[in-house]
Design a protein around this ligand. Sequence first.
Ligand code: SF4
Ligand code: SF4
Length: 69
Amino acid sequence: MSITINYEKCCWKDGKCTSCSCGGACVGCAEACPVGAITRKELVEIDNSKCVNCGACVNACKHDALSLA
Ligand code: SF4
Ligand code: SF4
């Protein structure tokens, strides 16, 4: 299993949150990850070598942009 991100759905673009429905800060996936596998740079980046497939980020994302399969 591994995490994949749908960049069409993800509201973090060009280093900032572009959706007010995210509360303006898009504080979902990266903060939920217990192992620091997710970072928000220009786009959201996932380090699958750190990921332990817990699914916390999938549950945290308000935009259904992450999937674990
Ligand atoms: S599945 Fe868990 S460990 Fe993997 S990126 Fe998401 S929150 Fe982090
Ligand atoms: S919580 Fe979802 S929409 Fe927000 S940055 Fe993470 S993947 Fe993108």
